[in-house]
Design a protein around this ligand. Structure first.
Ligand code: XCC
Ligand code: SF4
Length: 655
């Protein structure tokens, strides 16, 4: 077990904590404005408990809390360290799966209201996506109104949550071979809600004590997330708000403007932010902003809400997870609107040092010190306009002596849904993954790697994510991105086709240039990790790269993860047969058996496992090794060699 990464002998300088110059500047400003951030609070939480770090503390019943040591190897109830570590782990996966799935549920309920004509200004933005989804689930759609189809689909999706018996229907979107792995291992989840509730039951005092059984339920629960709640969230978002396609924008704190009313949307669920994106274009509101002395309105995003409005509207991204406080510290934010997940409870405290108002909008999520303005779907557009007016009214309270917006932002292209990738690869009439599969078979692309997840102040922000991404592109690996990892790459300029192409290895670069795709594809938010599985499934369906996801040269990486959601994502990747590299370990180090199960034994059962690589170069080597092993097994490495000779011959002929 390695020591927690934050045990530094001395306080770190800003430049050692974050990579990008905008964040460095704001950390300096935070210090001079006497404002605490995640980074400074981590310093006050330095001696993080070794029992917690290793998962060896149990407070599940009130005979405890119990902590496992050499002298006290069992809790009061008799639970050993393996049971305790596995139970804690399962509860984390439950937390992550619940968050993603509840997000999905809210969207399904909104779809139902839209179908019933009860959802104000919301409508079905992408009818072909609706009909495509209906066909996927075997629902009749031809000759029926989109509302009728949407109602059926919403009903079917609600049953995915409430199903008590039989496997989740959405599992059938996976390749058939993978479905049989799940069936044979007995880890097909039933309804999402049932599966998550069962986590709490199994981990109750005196229930499931076999660490393997507990961990298998963790994988089952994660499947209910990745091939359940998250997948539904992505499908319904596309139906309601449009399937993303490549769109240009900018990222980093420099997207905030000194002379405009600046509004930030932050969190995860796209319903309100969609309306804000629409309302922010309203000429009337623009006129009001001007009347208040501003030059206009700037709407920008943080975290995954940012990703949602970026991939559909090109709304710029102010920053990723650890920049939420830094955005406020610019002194130039009139209003920060939060919904759910990853919104720090410190925000109102940071905002108090400036004129910024923090408003929470979800019934699920209130923050002490923030104004709570619950948003009603039927009045969403009015709610959005009212929020913008609030920001305009707050503009005059801005203290220009406290404003310092770093002039740092990067151009980017985002919005690579699977449909968009298919279209780019094959055109409208022959949209398909064939050219990608061929490029992988020929060895011009070595494989697919998803680099996803959060930032964590224990690690230098964005450093691992971007070092690894650059290295992979160089090694001819196509990199798929979501969440805060995607924003990290955006800030580093890695999402512009031009600059990333310069990095790409020769064969890969040729493919990218021929097809017109960048080597790093921003696919969306955290729930959109389901799109990565969709893409890998598409590769299997296209043929030539195995019948199962575990055969595809593909790997997932969560370099700087921090959230329970990332654990659930990691588990559903592994359960799908895709190896996962972690930049730092889970809280399971206290149990050798649990660690071995997750890093080794699980491969026997599911064809993939976790691996911890604290160094990005080591991770790149491990990834290439994994990809290469899959390529060997598919027999395509030799093919690639032959192809290379072919190409050389042809070149020789043409000169
Ligand atoms: Fe949150 Fe999704 Fe993590 Fe970013 S990446 S810190 S979960 S916003 Ni999903
Ligand atoms: Fe202690 Fe067992 Fe209770 Fe956990 S469940 S707190 S190990 S007695």
């Amino acid at each position: 077990m390695t020591a927690p990464a934050n045990h530094h002998p001395r306080l770190l300088r800003a430049e050692e904590r974050v990579c990008d110059p905008a964040s460095v500047a704001m950390l300096h400003k935070a210090a001079s404005d006497c404002v605490d951030t995640c980074f400074s609070r981590l310093d006050t939480q330095r001696n993080q408990c070794a029992f917690g770090t290793n998962g060896m503390c149990c407070r599940i019943c009130h005979m405890g809390p119990c902590r496992i040591t050499h002298k006290a190897p069992r809790g009061v109830c008799g639970a050993d360290v393996d049971t305790i570590v596995a139970r804690n782990y399962l509860r984390e996966v439950a937390g992550g799966a619940a968050a993603h799935s509840d997000h999905g549920r809210h969207l399904v309920l909104l779809l139902k209201k839209v179908a019933e004509g009860q959802a104000g200004h919301y409508r079905i933005a992408d009818e072909p996506a609706l009909r495509r989804a209906a066909r996927l689930y075997g629902l009749a759609e031809q000759g029926r109104t989109k509302e009728a189809v949407a109602l059926d689909l919403a009903q079917l999706f609600l049953e995915e949550f409430s199903r008590q018996e039989g496997p989740l229907r959405t599992l059938t979107l996976a390749p058939v071979r993978r479905q049989s792995v799940w069936r044979n291992r007995g880890i097909q989840p039933s309804g999402i809600d049932r599966t998550v509730v069962e986590c709490l039951h199994r981990t109750n005092i005196g229930v499931d004590h076999d660490y393997r059984n507990l961990l298998l339920h963790a994988f089952r629960t994660a499947l209910a997330d990745g091939w359940g709640g998250s997948r539904l969230a992505s499908i319904v978002s596309d139906v309601l708000f449009g399937t993303p396609s490549p769109i240009r924008s900018h990222a980093n704190l420099g997207v905030l403007k000194e002379n405009t009313v600046n509004i930030l949307v932050h969190g995860h669920e796209p319903a309100l932010s969609e309306m804000l994106a629409i309302a922010s274009q309203d000429p009337q509101l623009l006129a009001e902003a001007k009347a208040a002395g501003a030059e206009g309105l700037t709407l920008a995003g943080i975290c995954c809400t940012a990703n949602e409005v970026l991939i559909r509207h090109g709304i710029p991204v102010a920053g990723n997870f650890l920049q939420q406080e830094l955005a406020v510290i610019t002194g130039a934010v009139e209003l920060l609107i939060t919904d759910v997940q990853c919104c720090l409870p410190s925000l109102p405290e940071v905002a108090r040092a400036y004129h910024t108002e923090v408003v929470s909008t979800s019934e699920l999520a209130k923050t002490a010190g923030a104004e709570h303005l619950p948003f009603e779907e039927a009045q969403a557009l009015d709610n959005a306009k009212a929020l913008i007016r609030r920001a305009i009214a707050n503009f005059k309270r801005r203290d220009s002596s406290k404003v310092n917006i770093p002039k740092v932002s990067q151009a980017l292209v985002a919005g690579f849904s699977v449909a968009a990738i298919k279209y780019m690869l094959g055109g409208t009439f022959r949209a398909s993954f064939r050219p990608l599969n061929d490029a992988i078979i020929q060895g011009r692309i070595k494989g697919l790697v998803g680099v996803v997840g959060c930032n964590n102040p224990k690690l230098k922000t964005d450093a691992y994510i971007n070092t690894l991404t650059r290295e992979l592109v160089k090694q001819e690996v196509i990199v798929l991105k979501t969440g805060c990892a995607a924003i990290a790459s955006a800030k580093a300029g890695l999402l512009t086709p031009e600059s990333a192409l310069e990095l790409a290895g020769p064969g890969f670069r040729e493919v990218c240039e021929a097809v017109g795709i960048p080597p790093v594809l921003h696919m969306g938010s955290c729930v959109d990790n389901s799109r990565l599985l969709e893409a890998a499934s598409e590769v299997v369906r296209e043929g030539g790269l195995g019948d199962d996801l575990s055969e595809v040269p593909a790997v997932g990486v969560a370099p700087e993860w921090m959230s329970e959601k990332a654990i659930a994502i990691g588990c559903y990747f592994v359960a799908s047969g895709v190896d996962v590299i972690l930049g730092h370990p889970f809280h399971v180090g206290g149990s050798e058996k649990v660690t071995r199960f997750l890093n080794e034994d699980i491969r026997e059962l599911l064809g993939a496992a976790f691996q911890v690589c604290p160094d990005p170069h080591q991770a790149a080597a491990a990834i290439l090794e994994l990809l290469n092993r899959k390529r060997e097994r598919l027999g395509i490495n030799r093919q690639a060699e032959r192809k290379l000779y072919d190409m050389k011959d042809r070149r020789a002929l043409s000169v």
